[in-house]
Design a protein around this ligand. Structure first.
Ligand code: ADP
Ligand code: MG
Length: 314
């Protein structure tokens, strides 16, 4: 909307949120001082397990949750000091689908345009319906739309004021493969037109497919902020779980592999880089240390493992 170029599309500094909570549960620290930038023009992924604080962060940007501390700038506009311009420069699709069931998709977009003060001549309702492939549902009641159609309509609704930033909270949680593909295409098209996109997800596959850069939060803390390629590199790890014939003791092969951890008296889990090491080499090392192998399983590192590793690096 404004022409002055901000240094980043979104700047988040020391963002904190404490929910008051109930008498029973007590206060909940959902964000513990999170800072990062979303570079302009990117598709940026915000990853984290359930309860990490992703929706809290997004709802603060949307003005739906009041922050406890820190600052957020959207397209250079502070959400406290310049609320109006901050709001005009972002479109947000919340995690929960909420609609008035008695409006048609066309009316939903027109009403939203009215709320943002978009002049009739500048409205894009038809164009947006086409972009989200709902032109043939233009005059259907929202309550008759499928879940996937509702999600697409919400994306169109978030774009009525042509914001340079679009934020999607878990756009593909619980949707089928075909719709997921459609949403990915839509994100790609919007980004190609210059829209900076932020999306939260817990599918690493999705981040891998769409996002240039990824921030990971866990328990309200930022634990990584890197190009997706680097993060995926960490997924090149494999884990072999070895059961041996006697209790494990003493220092065990730490030097040779990424990590070697005694998880039960007689069970060892070794993490190794699969481009450098084979499971056979790991097993040979175990035997060299005087243990006989009774059982072996291997698995690929997944996002959980990356979380664990990143958290333990702190
Ligand atoms: P995510 O979107 O990453 O799953 P949320 O931001 O929804 O995480 O939640 C972060 C933490 O804050 C969770 O522990 C959640 O239970 C808590 N929380 C979220 N909303 C509220 C609320 N309105 N009142 C109290 N606690 C909340
Ligand atoms: Mg959430």
């Amino acid at each position: 909307m404004s022409n002055d170029q901000p240094s980043a599309a979104i700047e988040i500094r020391d963002l904190k949120k404490v929910y008051a909570g109930t008498k029973k549960s007590g206060p909940k620290e959902a964000l513990k001082g999170v800072s990062f930038d979303v570079p302009e023009g990117q598709v940026f992924g915000l990853l984290g397990p359930n309860g990490a604080g992703k929706s809290t962060l997004i709802n603060i940007m949307a003005g739906l949750v009041n922050k406890t501390g820190g600052s957020v700038k959207i397209w250079g506009h502070d959400i406290d000091r310049d609320h109006r311009n901050a709001k005009l420069n972002i479109g947000i699709v919340p995690q929960e689908i909420v609609f008035d069931p008695f409006f048609t998709p066309y009316e939903v977009l027109e009403n939203q345009s009215g709320m943002y003060g978009v002049a009739k001549a500048l409205r894009r309702s038809e164009e947006l319906l086409k972009a989200v492939r709902l032109e043939d549902k233009r005059d259907a009641y929202a309550r008759t739309l499928s879940g996937g159609m509702k999600r697409r309509l919400l994306i169109a609704k978030a774009m009525v004021h042509s914001p340079p930033i679009l934020v999607l909270d878990e756009p593909t949680a619980g949707v089928d493969v075909e719709l997921r593909k459609q949403l990915w295409d839509l994100v790609g098209e919007l980004n190609a037109e210059g829209v900076t996109v932020v999306l939260t997800t817990h599918y690493l596959e999705e981040a891998e497919e769409l996002c240039e850069r990824v921030a990971i939060i866990n328990h309200g803390e930022l634990i990584a902020n890197k190009p997706t390629r680097e993060l995926i590199g960490m997924m090149g790890e494999k884990i072999v779980r070895v059961q041996v014939d006697k209790d494990l003791g003493g220092p065990i092969m730490e030097e040779a592999f990424i990590k070697a951890e005694v998880v039960e008296d007689r069970v060892l889990e070794v993490t190794y880089d699969k481009s450098e090491t084979t499971a056979g080499q790991v097993l040979a090392k175990v035997q060299e240390h005087g243990y006989a192998i009774e059982d072996v399983t291997t698995r690929e590192a997944d996002l959980e493992d990356v979380f664990v590793q990143l958290t333990s690096e702190e």
